[in-house]
Design a protein around this ligand. Structure first.
Ligand SMILES: Nc1ncnc2c1ncn2[C@@H]1O[C@H](COP(=O)(O)OP(=O)(O)OP(=O)(O)O)[C@@H](O)[C@H]1O
Ligand SMILES: [Mg+2]
Length: 488
């Protein structure tokens, strides 16, 4: 066992005024399977890059292991997979590589294909297999699930469970639960390490939040009560003071004594009040705001929006999916499920009106409008305000939605290309949410989205019940949302 010790870490990106980390201190054991959680843009990827020594920072990070990062960037994807392995880890042993690949249910034959022909899921598994071969190495795994189907996630999760010595960033609740034994969380005002999986951490957080809220309420009442007592005392003491002046028989010594006693008491009240206010200010700092969202959807004139009967999609000669039959009716929330490469995105694009070659029957309701969220965010650049204008949506509504999804106001001025991965996806989701339309079609909407926003969006869909067709591999999301499942 050895430790990774972070002491007084402070970091800001060049040209940015805000610190991503400020005097952060914590330690991690290199034997842990550590889940890393926190809302989008809090600095998870940045922290991994700091461990890799990519940027300069203040404070210190000490470790006796070396670090590797997933996803490994493959510059030339046309080369054979085996050559990619060689590039990542020249000292690899072939038999060990095959053993790891077996554990990930990845066929040896992929080694002798050009890397670009591997599906995203296969590329993910291969990289993990190679990276885990490295010795005295602590792996920094940044969101491996985004291209994995549900079965792939299960396999990778079991695989990770058999290893140790890594940090895993993921927003997939079931996946984290299956893979980690500790959680590192970047909260609103602190960074914490705790034992257990994601669910344990989340339950603790809810309990802590509830405790703080109750305590806050109590302190608020206490402050109020002390204020009232202080006011009453002041009035009273004024009255007593007044009796000192004037005529008539009275014991001035006694009154003076009483006034002094009262003064001491009111000092004590003031002190107690101050202490309560201070204690109160330490509370609630880590409570995440979970604002409710609203979605605009126009009812369609007919009950049936889309009908597919016996549809087959064929790019070259090979059909990628065959005999697909289903119907989208008003109010449906349909999960389109299937393994990587089973044609989900193609079906979606076909319904959205792209030129996809197919046979069979497809009927789209007359005048049906669709709002589409693509899987990919890499095209996003430029200002958010221009993006809103070009998309023909209400800018203030759009920015308000982003704020509710926890994108800080000061970051909305930035160029979209320097937003974090999840913030970019939120841009696409927010646009779709404020587009008045008949049907929402979302392709892997939860990729990169933090857990709290996943819950916000689940809540939104359950409350407003828009008609939606989606592809999503987050099991919890699908279980919560889908009213129908179409299996490819
Ligand atoms: N190259 C960069 N230049 C300037 N700011 C950046 C850069 N990369 C990231 N940021 C900002 O730094 C903050 C942290 O980003 P980072 O990518 O580390 O977040 P994250 O926690 O990994 O988020 P996500 O969950 O969305 O992946 C964000 O506010 C982001 O906008
Ligand atoms: Mg990130």
């Amino acid at each position: 066992m050895s430790l990774i010790q972070v002491t007084n870490l402070t970091f800001a990106y060049d040209g940015s005024y805000e610190n991503i980390f400020e005097n952060a201190s914590f330690q991690i054991d290199t034997n842990w399977r550590l889940g890393f959680t926190g809302r989008n843009g809090r600095g998870k990827t940045t922290f991994l890059n700091l461990l890799l020594g990519k940027y300069e920072y203040q404070g210190s990070i000490s470790a006796s292991v070396s670090f590797s990062y997933f996803p490994y960037h493959v510059a030339d994807k046309t080369i054979f997979t085996i050559d990619v392995v060689e590039e990542i880890y020249p000292e690899y042993q072939y038999w060990q590589l095959v053993r790891e690949m077996n554990a990930l249910q990845l066929n040896e034959e992929v080694l002798y294909r050009s890397f670009e022909t591997l599906s995203n899921g296969e590329q993910t598994k291969l990289m993990l297999a190679v990276l885990f071969l490295k010795e005295n190495n602590f792996l920094l795994i940044d969101e491996p699930t985004n291209h994995l189907d549900i079965q792939g996630r299960e396999i990778v999760s079991q695989y990770l469970n058999s290893k140790k010595g890594y940090i895993l960033v993921s927003h997939d609740r079931a996946f984290l639960d299956g893979s980690v034994d500790h959680i590192l969380s970047i909260n609103k005002a602190s960074i914490d390490v705790c034992r257990g999986n994601f669910s344990t951490w989340y339950e603790n957080k809810l309990r802590q939040d509830a405790f703080e809220q109750a305590k806050n309420e109590k302190l608020k009442q206490e402050v109020q009560r002390l204020e009232e007592t202080a006011r009453e005392k002041a009035v009273w003491s004024d009255r007593v003071e007044a009796t000192k002046i004037g005529f008539g028989p009275c014991d001035r010594g006694y009154i003076g004594h009483k006034a002094a006693k009262m003064m001491a008491r009111s000092k004590a009240i003031e002190k107690r009040q101050q202490a309560a206010i201070e204690e109160k200010s330490q509370l609630l700092k880590n409570i995440e705001r979970i604002d409710a969202l609203k979605i605009l959807q126009t009812p369609f004139h007919s009950k049936r929006l889309v009908t597919l009967r016996d549809v087959t999609i064929c790019y070259d000669k090979e059909p990628i999916c065959e005999g697909i039959t289903f119907e989208i009716q008003q109010g449906d929330r349909i999960a389109l499920q299937g393994a990587n490469g089973s044609g989900k995105s193609s079906i979606i694009k076909l319904i959205c009106g792209e030129d996809i070659p197919y046979t069979g029957e497809m009927r789209i309701g007359n005048g049906l409008s669709i709002s589409y969220v693509s899987q990919d965010t890499s095209e996003l650049r430029g200002k958010l305000t221009d993006f809103a204008r070009d998309s023909g949506i209400d800018e203030s509504l759009f920015l308000a939605l982003l704020a509710k999804l926890d994108v800080p106001k000061r970051q909305m001025e930035k160029d979209m290309s320097s937003l974090s991965a999840g913030q970019k996806k939120k841009v696409l989701l927010a646009r779709s949410i404020c587009q008045p339309t008949h049907l929402h079609i979302w392709d892997e909407p939860m990729n990169y989205i933090d857990v709290i926003s996943r819950m916000q969006i689940e809540e939104l869909l359950l409350q407003f019940k828009p008609t939606i067709l989606f592809v999503e591999h987050d099991k919890v999301f699908c279980d919560n949302i889908a009213t129908k499942v179409v299996q490819l």
